[in-house]
Structures are given as structure tokens and as C-alpha cells.
Design a protein around this ligand. Structure first.
Ligand code: TTP
Length: 292
């Protein structure tokens, strides 16, 4: 199973910050935003990951994450020349995907919750068996998202991108698990009126073939898209609250890697040394000391 983190885009809602910095490298409390989606893919046991970013930011991601060996994974990088839509990731990543099942997560999406790894493992297994999975979450502003329409038995009827009259309050989140056909199908999509290759069109291709599961993430899970100043602040406060009150480190690639047996404790300490006096460095050192 391969994985892609899509970390490009324009980030116009975070101007003027994103005029000079990649959105996905901005902090969510104590660590860069991209650590969160990276941890989710690692939690799903995905160790071969492609990071797609912009021409101006690609080098910074390489500087931060390297070849992935410090996390016991393999990271490679590609550039999206301009933000032409989420589904373009499967065209840019065609060689990397190599007709294998592939997950994609958006670089500004945060997923947390007890039991998330069970859900992720099920999605991986399904994708390997030819059934793709996307995740839906209840939102109050459905006009802004891809929205799922259900029948009375909760069967999925359609997915509509940013509908003026939404047929439900369940939006498609930025985490997708596809079978080996993602690149082939993405190449069939034509740009939408706003000039983008829409992920909703890709999902509808799978839906039409009866090969798409839409899994509802209930209230036990937190999904956040950190693309606005308010949501970025909310996410930071959420992570700060959990870190301080429950004394846990969430979405740490180093700690996920250690829990999976992919790296040694010494490798965590080496990363902590590099992070110096920072709270994140101290937190992963402390967590590693407490782990057997
Ligand atoms: P969006 O938040 O929809 O778009 P954006 O990041 O360009 O921000 P804004 O609306 O403020 O201008 O994108 C969702 C995620 O997908 C985000 O992490 C950026 C990424 N993305 C790409 O990498 N390439 C693309 O072509 C698009 C549309 C988004």
C-alpha cells in the first residue's frame, strides 16, 4: 500500500503568511502541520510515502523530513507546478503508485480518535481487495465541501462538490483509500468549471462502479481542516489541551514509528537532541523514556 500527502495549494485564506511559507509547514501547537497527516498514514502501516508540494516549498519539506529513514519509512517528493486540483495527485504520482492500492491525505487535515488505527487498517485491507474507502464527517457549513447524499438506509447515492443546496450535512474528509485504479481513473477526469481536477469526480467514478465505501466518522473522532486562521487556532488549542491535560503526544511520527517497531529508542533520542529545548523535543524524549 502506497501513500500520498498532498501538501501544495495556494493557501490564500492564510494570506499574508502563506505568501512566504507553505501552509503545511505552519505550526499546529508544537509541531509542523505535516506531522499530523504523516502520522495518520504511518498509523495505517503505510511506509512508502510520496509528498507532493509546490515548486517553491518542495526543498523545505525535504529539509524537514529527509528520506524518511529517521521514521523508518521511505519518503519521496514530487512537485505540483500549479494547484490544478486534488485528483491531479494521482496523475503526478502515477509512477510512484504503479497501479498499486494507494491512500491520499491532505497536508492540512488532522484526524484523531481512539480506534482510528482499526478504521485505517480496515480501509487498507479493503483497498487491497479492490474496495475503496472515503470518510464522511458531520459539518454545519456543507456548501463548502464535497457532500454525500444517502438514501434512508444510509446507502450512498451521490457526492456533490460544494452544492448550493446540500443533500446532507456529511462532507467528504481529506483522507482517501483507493484500489490500484486511481491513476487510470484520475486521467479520465476533465477539469471542473473552476479549472480543477476534482476528487469528487474521482470518487463518483468509484461510486458508479459500486466500489466505494463511505465510512462515517462519528463524534468519537476529531477531524479538522486547518486551512483558515480560526481552524488553525482551534487545532492548536485542541492539541495543546490534550498534550497538557492527558500528558500524551499526539501525531508524532517518531512515536508512531517506535510503536510500530520501525525505529529504536536511540533514534527518538537522536531526534529529540536535534529539536533541542523545544517542547516537542522534550515531549518525545519523555514519552520514549516511559515506553518499554
Ligand atoms: P484547499 O484548502 O482547498 O486549498 P488551498 O490550500 O489552496 O487554500 P485556499 O483555499 O486558502 O487558497 O486545499 C486542500 C488541501 O489540498 C491543502 O492541503 C492544499 C492541497 N492542494 C494541493 O496540494 N493541490 C491542489 O491543487 C489543491 C486544490 C489543493
Amino acid at each position: 500500500m502506497k501513500g500520498i500527502i498532498l501538501a501544495g495549494g495556494s493557501g490564500t485564506r492564510l494570506y499574508p503568511l502563506t505568501l512566504v511559507s507553505s501552509k503545511q509547514l505552519l505550526p499546529v501547537y508544537d509541531k509542523p502541520m505535516i506531522f499530523y497527516p504523516l502520522s495518520v498514514l504511518m498509523e495505517a502501516d503505510i511506509r512508502d510515502i510520496l509528498i507532493i508540494s509546490t515548486p517553491q516549498d518542495n526543498e523545505k519539506f525535504i529539509q524537514l523530513l529527509g528520506d524518511g529513514s529517521k521514521y523508518g519509512i521511505k519518503l519521496t517528493y514530487e512537485i505540483q507546478p500549479s494547484p490544478d486540483g486534488l485528483a491531479q495527485a494521482f496523475i503526478i504520482g502515477e509512477k510512484f503508485i504503479n497501479n498499486e492500492p494507494c491512500a491520499m491525505i491532505l497536508g492540512d487535515n488532522i484526524f484523531c480518535g481512539m480506534g482510528l488505527n482499526k478504521i485505517l487498517n480496515a480501509a487498507v485491507k479493503d483497498a487491497e481487495n479492490g474496495v475503496s474507502t472515503i470518510f464522511a464527517y458531520h459539518v454545519n457549513d456543507p456548501q463548502r465541501f464535497g457532500i454525500v447524499e444517502f438514501d434512508s438506509n444510509m446507502n450512498v447515492l451521490s457526492i456533490e462538490e460544494k452544492p448550493a443546496l446540500p443533500k446532507s450535512n456529511y462532507c467528504v474528509t481529506g483522507l482517501y483509500f483507493y484500489d490500484g485504479h486511481s491513476s487510470e481513473f484520475a486521467k479520465k477526469i476533465v477539469p471542473s468549471d473552476r479549472g480543477e481536477l476534482e476528487i469528487t469526480d474521482l470518487n463518483n467514478i468509484y461510486l458508479k462502479q459500486n466500489k466505494l465505501k463511505v465510512k462515517l466518522l462519528d463524534t468519537g473522532f476529531v477531524w479538522m481542516d486547518t486551512g483558515t486562521f480560526d481552524s488553525l487556532m482551534d487545532a492548536s488549542i485542541y492539541v495543546q489541551t490534550i498534550s497538557k491535560h492527558q500528558d500524551v503526544v499526539i501525531c508524532s511520527p517518531e512515536l508512531v514509528a517506535f510503536s510500530k517497531g520501525w525505529i529504536t529508542k536511540e533514534m527518538i533520542f537522536a531526534s529529540a537532541d536535534k529539536y533541542g529545548k523545544s517542547p516537542y523535543g522534550k515531549a518525545i524524549r519523555k514519552a520514549a523514556e516511559m515506553m518499554r
